[in-house]
Each structure stands twice: as structure tokens, then as C-alpha cells.
Design a protein around this ligand. Structure first.
Ligand SMILES: *Cc1c(COP(=O)(O)O)cnc(C)c1O
Length: 380
């Protein structure tokens, strides 16, 4: 079955009991049993809920794994992934990850004895050098946030497997429609389903998929005992979003590609970061593991003041730290999503104040171009 068809027919859609095409919302906590000694399939919704289970099966099918888990937000899913590990474990994390992941790994996890080290994961040799005897995990994103750096899943997974290190990747930017990291040997995929999967800026959600039964067992324990599970209404909203993922993402990607080329030719803009551009570092690796460049791009204006004036003058994109929605969303990572990074790290990562991140929505290309044109005209 083609991936576009799988979005509609994942095998867990609808309700076999009634023929309902849309999965029912089991807005319900307890499921009574007939006999105290033989409980039914469902008991208590934190442990299992049929609507959540349908979403979990859907995302597992789409990512090509056996086990799916739905959490109350992307950060809850990412927290669960880090909590697979224990005090004394060394965990390697890509230097330019999502700001929330950075905050969790930098500010909270060391309190619990996890030894976190941020490294440049675009080069397998750097990873190899950073591995210690207590290294247990490697957390990456590809493309990364916000400079769209590419990590090579195949070589990272091969390296980690040799050393018994669990690999986890955040697949929010690409979605399983464009990239399925498990097929390259990555152990677990996490998502902020708040973004492309939901797609409409109306629902926070997080998802995890793995094909590894031992990790699946642990994720189940984390769902049951941390309790950060996704409610049935929100599961339904994400399932509805997934059904239109193909048409949204294909269109957004096409517009993003055209915008990236157009911005790249503008004299006011010094650099455009988009995996679809010919000069993008890691482009070949990206297209060996993904089926498209996606709809996220970043570019540089000369300085923070210019970037602030430009963003404030845009009329169509919403100014917010989110992405993956039907409306375009613009942000300045240095003062928004990545504001929690220490100053020296921001400088090292070249996340300077002039960097603009754009999540390309479903508006028409010509309208986005006209809007960007008028905003650029007012700052120059
Ligand atoms: C938004 C985002 C998250 C966090 O997800 P929430 O649903 O906001 O908790 C994690 N990773 C990436 C790449 C994101 O864009």
C-alpha cells in the first residue's frame, strides 16, 4: 500500500461494531467487567482507552513500528524517552535540538543524575569520540531545529548498535509521510503531533513509536505511572489531522520549495536553510533517508533589529513558536524557541538574532511572496 493510502487506511480506523467511519471518542474512564475474576480488554483509561489505542496503532503503522504510544504533548513524549534511562547514564543529545528538548535535558534531567552531553551529531566521528562506557542513549533530530542540519540515520544507528546505545529521533519536522527513521535502524521515534500530524494549531499531543519490545514495555510503564496520556478527544483530533496530512504537506512543501529558491535569490537575505536547496549541507544524506524537503525553512537577515522589524511587518504568518499548521508561522529562534540556550551556545550554533524561521502554511505562494516583499521593502 502506498503511504498516502496508509494515512486513510491504517487498519485502525472506524468502528467495526457499528460501521462508523470515524473512530468513536470513548470519553470514558472505567470499563466495567461482568466477572471480577476475568476483567475485559479495557479497564481504566490511563492504562488503555480504545480511542487512544486507535491513534497509537495508526502512528505505529505509519512509522513502520509495532508499538505506538500517545502522550499529552510532544514534551511529555520526549520526557518519557529520556526517562528510559537512569542516574549515572550518559546521554548524548544533538546540540541544535528543539528548544524545549534542550531545556529538559539541560535544566531538569541533571537533577536526576542523568549525565547529558550536547554534541554535533552531523558527523559520526564526533559521536564516536563522545561515546563513553556509560553512554546509553543518543537523541537526535533530522533535519534539526532551526538550521535544518542533517543527521545520517544509517551510520548513526550502525554506530550505536555496535555499542548497545539506544537511538531516539524526533521526527516532528518530517512526519512519517516523508521520513520513517525506524527503517534505518533508529530504535524509537518521538513526535510533537501538535504540529503537522494535527496540523491545525488546535491540539497538543505527543507520540512515540518503537519496534523494540523491551523499549515498548518501558514506554507502557511510563504511560501508566507518569500518567501523561492523551485524552480521547485529542486522540480523535490527531487522527482526523492525519487523514489530510498528505494533501497539506505536499502543498506546503511545494510552496516552501518555491519560497526557498525565491528568498535565496533576494539580496537582503544572506542565507537560506532548506534541505531542498542545491547548496544545503547534507542534502544527499537527507534525500537518501527522506522523501521530500518538508515545509520548514530558515533564513538570515543582517541583524536582530532588522529581523524584528521584518517579522512585525508581516501580515499573513502568525508570529509564534510553533510550526506545521495550515497557517504560516514565523519566529525568531534566538528570542523565542531557543531563548533558553546559554548565550555562548547560541553563538556557537550560529543562532544569532537575525535568524528567521518560517513554517510554510497553506496560503498561496503569490500572497506569501507579496507579504514578504512589502515587509522587506519597509526594512531596507
Ligand atoms: C513543538 C515541538 C516539540 C514539543 O512538542 P509539544 O507538543 O509542544 O510539547 C518537540 N519537538 C519539536 C521538533 C517540536 O517542534
Amino acid at each position: 500500500m502506498e503511504k498516502g493510502t496508509r494515512l486513510i487506511h491504517s487498519g485502525s480506523e472506524g468502528d467495526p461494531n457499528t460501521g462508523a467511519v470515524s473512530t468513536p471518542i470513548y470519553q470514558n474512564v472505567i470499563f466495567g467487567s461482568e466477572d471480577v475474576t476475568s476483567p475485559g480488554q479495557w479497564g481504566y483509561s490511563r492504562i488503555g482507552n480504545p480511542t487512544r489505542s486507535a491513534l497509537e496503532q495508526t502512528i505505529a503503522t505509519l512509522e513502520g513500528g509495532q508499538y505506538g504510544f500517545a502522550f499529552s504533548s510532544g514534551m511529555a513524549a520526549i520526557s518519557a524517552a529520556f526517562l528510559l534511562f537512569a542516574a549515572g547514564d550518559h546521554v548524548l543529545v544533538s546540540r541544535d535540538v528543539y528548544g524545549g528538548t534542550f531545556g529538559l535535558a539541560h535544566r531538569l534531567l541533571p537533577r536526576y543524575g542523568l549525565e547529558i552531553e550536547f554534541i554535533d551529531t552531523t558527523d559520526p566521528a564526533t559521536i564516536e569520540e563522545a561515546i563513553k562506557s556509560n553512554t546509553r542513549a543518543l537523541f537526535i533530530e533530522s533535519p534539526s531545529n532551526p538550521l535544518m542540519k542533517i543527521n545520517d540515520f544509517r551510520s548513526i544507528a550502525a554506530l550505536a548498535q555496535k555499542r548497545n546505545i539506544v537511538t531516539i529521533t524526533d521526527n516532528t519536522f518530517m512526519t512519517p509521510y516523508l521520513q520513517r527513521p525506524l527503517q534505518f535502524g533508529i530504535d524509537a521515534v518521538v513526535h510533537s503531533a501538535t504540529k503537522y500530524l494535527g496540523g491545525h494549531s488546535d491540539c497538543l499531543a505527543g507520540l512515540v513509536v518503537t519496534d523494540n519490545p523491551r523499549l515498548a514495555h518501558e514506554f507502557k510503564l511510563l504511560q501508566v505511572y507518569l500518567g501523561a496520556v492523551l485524552g480521547p478527544q485529542d486522540c480523535w483530533i490527531i487522527m482526523r489531522g492525519i487523514k489530510t496530512l498528505k494533501v497539506r504537506l505536499e502543498q506546503q512543501q511545494q510552496t516552501a520549495g518555491q519560497l526557498a529558491e525565491w528568498l535565496n535569490a533576494r539580496p537582503e537575505i544572506s542565507e537560506v536553510y532548506y534541505p531542498g536547496l542545491a547548496q544545503h549541507p547534507g542534502r544527499e544524506i537527507h534525500f537518501s533517508q527522506a522523501e521530500g524537503a518538508g515545509a520548514m525553512l530558515s533564513f538570515r537577515l543582517p541583524d536582530g533589529e532588522t529581523a524584528r522589524r521584518f517579522v512585525n511587518r508581516l501580515r499573513l504568518p502568525v508570529i509564534a513558536s510553533s510550526l506545521g499548521a495550515v497557517e504560516s508561522i514565523v519566529s525568531l529562534p534566538a528570542i523565542m524557541s531557543h531563548a533558553s540556550l546559554p548565550e555562548d551556545m547560541r553563538r556557537e550554533l550560529e543562532l544569532d538574532a537575525g535568524l528567521v524561521r518560517l513554517s510554510v502554511g497553506l496560503e498561496e505562494l503569490v500572497d506569501l511572496q507579496a507579504d514578504i516583499n512589502q515587509a522587506l521593502a519597509q526594512i531596507s
